[in-house]
Write a protein that binds this ligand. Structure first.
Ligand code: FAD
Ligand code: SF4
Ligand code: SF4
Length: 398
């Protein structure tokens, strides 16, 4: 709860009782108390003549001086005991930021028996690895991992923390931001240093992707953001590099973790791992009807590719959401991206324009997708796809 009543200051005047639109303030033993249901709207704060009601969210809670916060931390998210690409991509960006700020780059690895992964973090650019290992931390949990991070922040005071904008990162980042009372720029697609202030400049699409907003965090520390996977390339690893490993004892106990992982059930077609795919064949509204996605799948099968989709095809119910590429879907960066019957709206481009080679098939020569495509085929996708698939089958001897 962000609004609290300081018991020692309350004189029991009752002025606040009627001000709560949710009726959750009550007088008990001549003191005001806030019951369950407070939305932290703040409507009651001004009603108190003795300033006993305070909004703790508005208080700047910094452990020590802002300038005492140093170094860039990158959260290395794990999946089945291995780092996800996004953490390694962020080590590249973290290195860039740390060098510009003349600070160190640290990787944060949380899990159970994961010490071996430190090598990987050093190879991808980390100077230091903070290793938090405990059986309770074997699988991701918001409570356990947030607790581990909060401890790290309070002890080591990083100036910047980068998380992947993944399911876990989007869960963890805001939780930590709230705990340590700092800001978080979500879903960034660009990072840099603001020349005037020396702060991290977090860039992300805003207003439906029509503008890019650059956000600074001047008052609070750490400066934090989640960054979309596949926007940045992984740095070239150097396995001769080493660094310092700092083992951090976890304070999380099993009873602190309110969720229990019972089972992991992989959904059918979990070839939807678009973030890591080298080749993606995506279809859009131009495919005409859901059955025609069989042509997209056929080309993907020949190339060993994953199948993607535009939002229009997802909204029409032709493809499940996990296949969606774009601003509100996944950000991908494959070696080859096929856009089949996709117009190239800005929100779609936001998710795939960092692909190395883009091949577009569209019957409208003016379609915006041709503005970003390396190769374009103007024609009916329903005619082009079978021919292309057959030709590639022959060329690849499949
Ligand atoms: P259309 O724009 O309808 O394009 C279909 C294309 O197919 C046209 O270019 C047409 O010329 C071509 N075509 C038609 N028939 C054929 C044929 N027989 N052969 C060849 N070509 C043919 N979109 C996303 O994709 N991902 C997102 O994450 C996303 N997020 C969004 C978030 C917000 C806040 C908003 C406002 C929009 C978002 N959108 C997103 C929607 C986006 O603006 C577009 O509406 C969407 O990308 C269009 O999908 P499309 O290209 O498949 O369809
Ligand atoms: Fe009620 Fe809002 Fe005050 Fe909470 S902050 S007690 S909801 S008026
Ligand atoms: Fe207590 Fe202030 Fe409410 Fe009066 S207005 S009852 S002093 S909290």
């Amino acid at each position: 709860m962000a609004v609290i009543i300081k018991d020692d200051l309350c004189i029991g005047c009752g002025s606040c009782e009627g001000t709560c639109p949710f009726g959750v303030i009550e007088m008990k033993d001549d003191k005001a108390v806030i019951n369950v249901g407070c939305t932290s709207c703040g409507a009651c704060v001004e009603s108190c003549p003795v300033e006993a009601i305070i909004n703790i969210a508005e208080e700047v809670v910094l452990v020590g001086d802002k300038n005492s916060y140093k170094n860039v931390f990158v959260y290395i998210e794990l999946y089945e005991g291995k780092p996800r690409n996004v953490g390694l991509e962020l080590l590249g960006q973290g290195r860039m930021l740390a060098d510009k700020m003349n600070q160190k780059l640290a990787a944060v690895i949380i899990g159970d028996k994961v010490a071996d992964l430190a090598k990987e973090a050093f190879a991808f650019g980390a100077d230091t690895v903070y290793l938090v290992e405990a059986p309770e931390l074997k699988n991701f949990s918001t409570d356990g991992y947030a607790m581990a991070f909060e401890d790290l922040i309070q002890t080591y005071k990083p100036s910047v923390i980068l998380y992947g904008a993944t399911k876990d990162g989007r869960d963890l980042g805001p939780r930590i931001a709230c705990r340590v009372r700092t800001g978080l720029t979500a879903d960034c697609t660009g990072l840099g240093i603001d020349e005037e202030t020396g702060l991290v400049a977090w860039t992300r699409p805003a207003f439906g992707g029509n503008i890019m907003a650059t956000i600074l965090c001047p008052e609070h520390r750490p400066q934090m953001g989640t960054v979309r996977p596949s926007v940045f390339k992984k740095p070239v690893p150097d396995y001769t590099k080493t660094g310092e490993i700092i083992n951090v004892a976890s304070k999380a106990k099993a009873e602190d973790i309110r969720t229990k992982l019972i089972d992991i059930i992989k959904i059918a077609g979990s070839s939807v791992n678009l973030h890591e795919a080298k080749i993606i064949v995506s279809g859009g509204r131009g495919m005409g009807k859901p059955e025609n996605f069989a042509l997209v799948q056929a080309l993907a099968d020949v190339l060993g590719a994953s199948v993607g989709s535009s939002r229009a095809a997802v909204d029409a119910g032709w493809m499940p959401y996990p296949h969606q590429v774009g601003q509100t879907g996944k950000t991908v960066g494959p070696t080859i991206y096929f856009a089949c019957g996709i117009s190239g709206a800005i929100q779609h481009l936001a998710g795939m324009s960092s692909s190395e080679v883009i091949i577009a098939i569209n019957n409208d020569p003016e379609a915006p997708i041709f503005g970003v495509a390396n190769y374009g085929i103007v024609g009916d996708v329903l005619e082009v796809l079978p021919v292309l698939t057959e030709e590639l089958k022959i060329a690849l001897k499949k």
